[in-house]
Design a binder for this molecule. Sequence first.
Ligand SMILES: *Cc1c(COP(=O)(O)O)cnc(C)c1O
Length: 356
Amino acid sequence: MEIIKELVPESERKPVIEDCLKVKFGHVFTDHMFVQEYKDGKWQNGVIKKVDNLSLHPGALVLHYGQEIFEGAKCFKTASGKFAMFRIKDNIARMNRSAAKLEMPQMDPEYAERAIKELIKVDERHIPTQEGCSLYIRPFMIATEPGLGVRPSSNFIFCVLLCPVGAYYPEGFKPAKIYSTDKYSRSAPRGTGDIKCGGNYAASLAGGEEAHKHGCSQMLWLDSRTHKYVEEVGSMNVFFVKEGTVYTAPLAGTILPGITRASVITLCKDNDIPVKEEALEIDELCKDIEAGRVTEIFGSGTAASICPVSELVYKEGRYVVSEGKIGPVTQKMYDLIIGIQRGNVEDKYGWLTYLD
Ligand SMILES: *Cc1c(COP(=O)(O)O)cnc(C)c1O
């Protein structure tokens, strides 16, 4: 399969963003996107072309029954001056798992990686070189066949967008507040909680708004069966440091298998920090924070990498973690992940894919 290039004339290309720290996350796009159609039972040649509206029949199945999946990855300027994507193969593999679960076609991982690489190379001048900034990569797939009967679509579009993004923390590495309640559920056992599909996010919005009403930026989701166990937070996996051991919920089908989560677990193990994939009970957690046994909470995800959490709000209680300060494990994980992404810490796991 080929990659066809229909490039925007140089004179019509967008200016490079001067200060990435000022752009709102995902609001600025580069000049080009990659678009590939699936029809007649196979993927067609993909095209790198100007970012423009997609043309869809109003009956397209994605608009009615939400057959949509997506990914999120990043490309960085490394210390050597070369550009590299972080764990992109894992994102493509996860997208294929998401596709299988929503009756969508598999992609050839090598072709998808080449397409993303070629797209970034075409828009290389938009990769931020500023400290703390990067190029966010958003691959997604939608069902395009028209029809109002509920069934899997026969036609799809796979598309990749690129956004120069600033550091997730414009005011620095600042802790977040999180909210929890048993009033909402994000995902159910054997449902879609373990894949990246748009529907999960639509279903999480009302809960997210409830968190905002309580002065928190994110919802800490509890398991939907008992509402006793902590699963994940907003669009991040979540970690707790309890008496020196790092805890995170196991991959039992209801949480998203985060690539940053997997990286944190590997880095803990390699740095002699005990780590357990065990779900904590929310009531115990509140008591443990109050008693000073839980000393750190942090989220992990591509957008923010590591996000320290300073406070948990649950059932009229406000639980402040280690006086709102950023703890040593959180800081260490942040420094290691950012260090590897930027080429300042040795990439001994082979997590970087250079644009060459
Ligand atoms: C994407 C996502 C994460 C984080 O995954 P990464 O691969 O680390 O970016 C965590 N939870 C949910 C619900 C997500 O959608």
